[in-house]
Write a protein that binds this ligand. Structure first.
Ligand SMILES: Nc1ncnc2c1ncn2[C@@H]1O[C@H](COP(=O)(O)OP(=O)(O)O)[C@@H](O)[C@H]1O
Ligand SMILES: N[C@@H](CCC(=O)OP(=O)(O)O)C(=O)O
Length: 361
C-alpha cells in the first residue's frame, strides 16, 4: 500500500478546446478511484478555484487585484468541490474538503491538527481534496501557489510519493516554451542540482502561479523529508494512471539520503522566520561541521522583533542563509545579552541543536 499526494494545477483544470473542466476532473477521478480501489491512500491537492470563478463571471483573464482574486476563488471553490464530489461519488468514494493557509501550517499545533484530520480521512478510505483557503489568505494568492502547499501536505501526512501534474511533460534545463533547445531532465538526485535548475526555471502560463520555480521549491521541501517527487504531464490521464501503478514518467526528484524528521521538516519549511541572526565565522563552522548548538558568543547582529521560541534565520558573514531555528530568547533579551555577555562571561544557548536545521545539508 502506498500513500500518494497528487497535485493538479490551474493550467490543467482550465480545460481546453477538446475537454471541459468537468471532463478533466472526470478523467482524474477515474485514475484516483482506481488507486483507492487497489488499497492505496491518496490526498489530492487541487488548484482551480480562481479559474472556475473567472469562468463563472465570464472573465477572460485572471484578475490582478488580490481582493478580486479572493472573491473569484470563493465562487470557484464550491464548484470545484461539486465536480470532484460528483465524479468520485459516482464511483462509490467519498471526498472531504480541507482548506489550509500557510499560516495555519506555521503553528505546530495546527500543523498537527491538519495532519491528524488528513490521516483519519485516509484511514476511512476518503479522498481529502485540499486547496489553499484563498478567501482568507491574500498573501498566498499574491505570492503563493499550490506546489508548496502540496509539499507541506505530503510532509504532514508522511507520504511516500508526491505527484505534481502540469501542462509540460517534464522538467527542462530552461523554459521549453522560450528556449527550443532546452534539455529534458529525467532525474534530480541532490538539492545542489536543484540550485542550478532554480536559476534557469521560468514563469508559468497565464493561469498558473509560480511556474517551474515553485515546483522546484516544492521538490526541495518534499525530497528533504524523504519523499520521492514525480513531475509529469497531466494533459494525458494515462500518465497519472501509470504513475499510480508504479510506471515511470516525466522527471523524478529522488529523496534526500538523510531525510529530516517531521518536526525538523516543519521547522525548515512551514515556518516563516520573524528575525535574522548574523553569526561570526566560528559559529558558522561549529554549526556546519561540529553539530553544535548556537551559543550567544557567536551572534554578531540581531534583526527583527520576535518573542522567545520564535523562528529565525541564521546567516553567515557574507549574508547567506546557513540555517533556521527557534531562538530561545526574545529579540530584546538577545540584544541585551549580546551587550552584557562580556561582563557576565557566560554564553547561553541561543538556538539549541534540536530546533535548528541547516540549509542544503
Ligand atoms: N525549466 C522548465 N521546465 C519545464 N517547464 C517550465 C520550465 N520553466 C518554466 N516552465 C513552464 O512552467 C509551466 C507550468 O507552470 P504553471 O503554469 O504554474 O502550471 P500549474 O498551473 O500546473 O502549476 C509550463 O507550461 C512550462 O512552460
Ligand atoms: N488556490 C488557487 C491556486 C493558485 C494557483 O494558481 O496555483 P497553481 O495553478 O497550482 O500554480 C486556486 O484554487 O485557484
Amino acid at each position: 500500500m502506498s500513500l500518494w499526494v497528487v497535485k493538479v494545477g490551474t493550467s490543467l483544470l482550465r480545460g481546453n478546446e477538446k475537454q471541459s473542466t468537468a471532463e478533466v476532473i472526470e478523467s482524474y477521478s477515474a485514475c484516483l478511484s482506481a488507486s483507492l480501489k487497489r488499497g492505496d491512500h491518496v490526498v489530492l491537492v487541487t488548484s482551480g478555484a480562481v479559474g472556475l470563478g473567472c469562468n463563472r463571471l465570464g472573465l477572460s483573464q485572471r484578475p490582478v487585484d488580490v481582493v478580486a482574486l479572493q472573491a473569484t476563488a470563493a465562487i470557484g471553490q464550491g464548484q470545484l468541490m461539486a465536480l470532484y464530489e460528483a465524479a468520485m461519488s459516482r464511483r462509490g468514494y467519498t471526498v472531504a474538503q480541507v482548506l489550509l493557509t500557510r499560516s495555519d501550517l506555521g503553528s505546530r499545533q495546527r500543523y498537527r491538527n491538519a495532519s491528524s484530520t488528513l490521516k483519519q480521512l485516509l484511514d476511512w478510505g476518503v479522498l481529502p481534496v485540499v486547496n489553499e483557503n484563498d478567501a482568507l489568505s491574500p498573501e498566498e494568492l499574491r505570492y503563493g501557489d499550490n506546489d508548496t502547499l502540496s509539499a507541506l501536505v505530503a510532509t504532514a501526512v508522511e507520504a511516500d510519493q508526491l505527484i505534481m501534474l502540469t501542462d509540460v511533460d517534464r522538467l527542462y534545463s530552461s523554459d521549453p516554451r522560450i528556449n527550443a533547445s532546452a534539455e529534458p531532465i529525467s532525474d534530480v538526485y541532490h538539492p545542489h542540482e536543484l540550485t542550478a535548475l532554480e536559476v534557469a526555471a521560468g514563469e508559468g502560463g497565464p493561469w498558473g502561479t509560480g511556474g517551474m520555480s515553485t515546483k522546484l521549491a516544492a521538490a526541495r521541501i518534499a525530497t528533504a523529508s524523504g519523499i520521492t517527487v514525480l513531475l509529469a504531464d497531466g494533459r494525458d490521464p494515462q500518465v497519472l494512471d501509470g504513475l499510480l501503478q508504479g510506471r515511470r514518467s516525466g522527471t523524478v526528484f529522488h529523496p534526500h539520503p538523510q531525510p529530516l524528521g517531521n518536526r525538523k521538516s516543519w521547522l525548515a519549511h512551514a515556518l516563516k522566520p520573524l528575525g535574522t541572526l548574523q553569526l561570526d565565522e566560528g559559529a558558522c563552522d561549529a554549526l556546519q561541521h561540529r553539530g553544535a548548538s548556537l551559543l550567544l558568543v557567536g551572534v554578531k547582529e540581531v534583526e527583527g522583533n520576535f518573542e522567545a521560541n520564535q523562528p529565525v534565520r541564521l546567516i553567515n558573514p557574507e549574508g547567506n542563509e546557513l540555517a533556521r531555528g527557534l531562538c530561545s530568547l526574545s529579540s530584546n533579551e538577545l540584544r541585551e545579552a549580546i551587550e552584557t555577555q562580556m561582563s557576565t562571561n557566560r554564553s547561553p544557548v541561543v538556538v539549541h541543536r534540536d530546533v535548528l536545521v541547516l540549509r542544503n545539508a
